[in-house]
Design a protein around this ligand. Structure first.
Ligand code: ZN
Ligand code: ZN
Length: 381
């Protein structure tokens, strides 16, 4: 490592943001804070995607590398009793995006005086948590001239000191479905006069699990189908209800697997209609697509990661969470790598992402800043 990162503001900035979390597309104060911090560094930031910020260093046009930090928080009530606890009750940086912003700010502060021969674009993206903020960034032109894009996620199932990088899918297709089963209700003692939607719902739930167990190749395909809820329209011991609603989520890595699950769930609903003599109205709604790291992006990230003196590169933890980072690689046209930086606090307590107990080992902030700086150092000078 031949440079030193401007690290003194890493923790204070992260803590400031942690105390002032804002939800997706409401990141107004966060946006102002980023613009102000950039201005103090002598960098001109511009508003983009409603509540996001974009800036560019180095040559004002021509090829560039983009570094992304998402900025939004979650509707979670923080339970940590820490001095930097959220001041916005019911909102919390429970995914580590406060740390992403701080890491990218420190990166820009460090590289701003370097002689850059290639552009560096800072992407402070709003609304990652389910609201497709990345799509809006791309629609508003953030990828103009960008020839490679990198994203870092602080990650709590990875130990501090590890940088997780893998080629291929690292975040999942994240879809949801609803099924409305409408039968014919009646007396619990006279099922022959009814069309029982509860039994039909049970059939759907059980058969759905056979898709993963019996339609996917166990050697190379994976998916998860989870039901989030089953609700009958009545809840009385001696009444067969009129209708049952089901909802759930489907996670997968590959597009063919995603399509197969979508189709088979529909076929199960059709089968149940026939079997149970009722209506099963099925809707499959696509959410985020998988984040897929390509060979070029992975090579650039790995070479930089191996030079980070306080961490080592390991395979990325495979997770079935969703992420909107996939919008930036434009279906494989722009090399990209989504990188996991280990942030678990090593005290035996599990602090899952999106939980009220979420917190990070703040030393990971320096790892992420060093990694981003190294990518710039290797590729833009
Ligand atoms: Zn999240
Ligand atoms: Zn996140």
């Amino acid at each position: 490592m031949e440079f030193s990162v401007k690290e003194e503001n890493l923790v204070p900035r992260r803590r400031h943001l942690h105390m002032h979390p804002e939800l997706s597309f409401q990141e107004k104060e966060t946006q102002e804070y980023i613009l102000k911090e950039l201005k103090n560094m002598g960098i001109e930031g511009k508003k983009i995607a409603s509540t996001g910020v974009i800036c560019r260093l180095g040559p004002s046009s021509g090829p560039a590398i983009a570094l992304r930090a998402d900025t939004d928080a979650l509707p979670v009530l923080e339970s940590n009793e820490v001095e930097y606890k959220s001041k916005n009750e019911g909102k919390m940086h429970a995914c580590g995006h406060d740390g992403h912003v701080s890491g990218l700010l420190a990166t820009l502060e460090t590289i701003k005086d370097w002689k850059l021969t290639k552009g560096v674009v800072g992407l402070f993206q709003p609304a990652e948590e389910g609201y497709h903020g990345a799509r809006k960034m791309v629609e508003e032109g953030c990828m103009e001239d960008v020839e490679a894009v990198f994203g870092i996620h602080l990650w709590n199932t990875l130990a501090y000191g590890k940088i997780g990088i893998s080629e291929g899918p690292v975040m999942a297709n994240s879809d949801r479905f609803t099924i409305e089963i409408t039968g014919r209700g009646g007396h619990g003692s006279m099922p022959h006069d009814c069309a029982d939607p509860t039994l039909a719902a049970a059939n759907v739930v059980l058969n759905a699990q056979q898709i993963v167990a019996r339609n996917l190749n166990p050697m190379k395909e994976s998916a998860v189908i989870s039901f989030g809820g089953i609700k009958t329209n009545s809840f009385v011991s001696n009444v067969i209800p009129e209708s049952v609603s089901l909802c759930g989520t489907v996670r997968s890595y590959e597009e063919p697997v995603r399509c197969l699950v979508e189709k088979r769930l529909g076929e199960i609903c059709q089968g149940v209609e026939l079997l149970n003599g009722l209506k099963a109205d099925y809707k499959f709604v696509r959410g985020y697509s998988a984040v897929v790291n390509d060979a070029i992006g992975v090579k650039m990230a790995t070479q930089a990661g191996q030079k980070v003196d306080i961490a080592e590169v390991v395979p990325a933890p495979k997770v079935l969470s969703g992420e909107d980072f996939y919008y930036y690689n434009q279906e494989g046209k722009v090399p990209s790598c989504f990188i996991f930086v280990g942030s678990a606090i090593n005290d035996g307590v599990i602090r899952p992402h999106h939980s009220p107990e979420f917190d990070i080992d703040e030393r990971a902030l320096l790892v992420s800043a060093k990694l981003y700086c190294q990518i710039v150092y290797d590729n833009c000078r």
